[in-house]
Design a protein around this ligand. Structure first.
Ligand SMILES: *Cc1c(COP(=O)(O)O)cnc(C)c1O
Length: 432
């Protein structure tokens, strides 16, 4: 198991597993010797978020997942250690490679995303760069949607070219643009939907069709929706990843990332990328994410309920030019959102009349809502993408992807929606 396969020789058709209900519980079953009495097949996703894949700590039966705060693991004897290194025996070696608390989080994520296996990283960016490095070598390219988290765009446009890996960013709202950009050296398709920060929605099934025809994997950044509202693997994607910093953790106290895919891809990602590049998650942070998942369902429902109310309020406000929320029938990809999402999430962006100055006035005037980047926390957060999270885009690029100077991004928290609307109302009144 500890021998590194070179991931570039993976046959990508193996990634197109039929992620049917039948084997999604495997990870959980393997994790625990104590059998859960749950009949998972009959439970709805809110129940599954709380109870997870159903295992208890194999060593003690502990119901809460223990934090294995250790860097290394003792071998039974020299032969056992050698056998583990040879891959002839399962076992923990060193926390940069794997750790039971990490494994608990990974098995829950694989379970909720309906993938075979998952791998946690120290951040969303470590997960994203890990997946790209796993699939591409120098001279290769990949095709990506053009409205992305600012850090992803920076990685794609500025950093990866130093290793001769080219990202071709296209407007993927029309998937034909993806097809046109693919050539013999294209190794993957990468999309983010709903996109940060414009909330544009990309048709996952259409992109998966293109990926399948070209025998390359489709990678989806599912940070905004979480598996509670959208499960890209069931729509034909091969790899799903998250900034778990956001809704998965949910409390603004952890930086983390996670990748979910086939067992083969994840094994190779662990031994070919995580072990060598070292972007490992700490056991404590993995534990915070396990805890976060327990309340994912109630949090996401509340984020959505509040976002709907705030979006409807803003939509008819005289000082607002435009509101982007996939749950509004006025959203240009509303029908695609309806088709592929169980719910529309808690992220809203909107354009304030009066340009950048008016937007700044609003952000400086809110009292309850915090002016800060990041998103998906229980507290509401507001920010200005063009000068903050998306300042990695050049001015002409910002215009091209619809990140205007007067665009404000709001991560709607789980406060009472009346208080959020009151706060926005008093702040909007301060704009002349
Ligand atoms: C925040 C974010 C990232 C980066 O994740 P980090 O945990 O900050 O490294 C990637 N994608 C999306 C959509 C994000 O919002």
């Amino acid at each position: 198991m500890l021998h590194k396969n070179t991931i570039l020789t993976l046959k990508f058709n193996l990634l197109y597993v039929d992620y049917s209900q039948t084997f999604i519980y495997r990870n959980g079953a393997e994790m625990s010797k104590k059998k859960s009495k749950h009949n998972h097949k009959n439970y709805k996703i809110a129940t599954l978020c709380v109870h997870g894949s159903g295992g208890y700590d194999p060593a003690t039966g502990s119901v809460g997942k223990p934090i294995y705060q250790t860097s290394t693991f003792a071998f039974e004897n020299a032969k056992a250690g050698a056998d583990i290194f040879l891959g002839e025996r399962e076992g923990y070696v060193y926390t940069r490679i794997s750790n039971p608390t990490q494994a608990a989080f990974e098995s829950e994520m694989a379970f909720l995303e309906k993938g075979e296996a998952a791998l946690a990283f120290s951040s969303g960016m470590a997960a994203i760069s890990g997946v790209i490095f796993a699939l591409c070598k120098s001279g290769d390219n990949f095709v990506s949607s053009d409205t992305l988290y600012g850090g992803s765009h920076e990685l794609f446009a500025e950093t990866l070219p130093r290793w001769q890996i080219q990202a071709r960013e296209v407007n993927a709202v029309n998937p034909e643009n993806i097809s046109k950009a693919i050539d013999k050296k294209t190794r993957l398709i990468y999309i983010e939907t709903p996109a940060n920060p414009t909330m544009s929605v990309i048709d996952i099934e259409a992109c998966a069709d293109i990926a399948r025809k070209n025998k390359i994997p489709l990678v989806v950044d599912n940070t905004f929706s979480t598996p509670y509202f959208q499960q890209p693997l069931t729509l034909g994607a091969s790899v799903v990843l998250h900034s778990a910093t956001k809704y998965i953790g949910g409390h603004g106290d952890t930086i983390a990332g996670v990748v979910v895919s086939s067992k083969e891809f994840i094994d190779n990602l662990r031994m070919g990328i995580l072990r060598d590049l070292g972007g490992v998650i700490s056991p404590l942070n993995a534990w915070l994410l396990v805890r976060g998942l327990k309340t994912l369902a109630v949090r996401m429902e509340k984020h959505q309920e509040n976002a709907f109310q705030v979006a409807k309020y803003l939509q008819f406000h005289p000082k607002i030019a435009k509101v982007m929320y996939p749950g509004l029938t006025t959203h240009p990809q509303y029908l695609i959102a309806r088709k592929q999402m169980r719910g529309f999430g808690g992220m809203i962006s909107f354009e304030v009349k009066g340009g950048r100055k008016a937007g700044e006035k609003l952000m400086d005037s809110v009292k309850l809502i915090t002016l800060a980047v990041s998103l998906g926390d229980v507290d509401s957060l507001i920010e200005h993408p063009a000068s903050m999270t998306h300042s990695t885009y050049a001015k002409h690029e910002l215009e091209a992807v619809g990140i205007t100077e007067n665009l404000v991004r709001l991560s709607v928290g789980i406060e009472d929606p009346a208080d959020l609307i009151d706060d926005l109302s008093q702040a909007l009144n301060k704009i002349k």
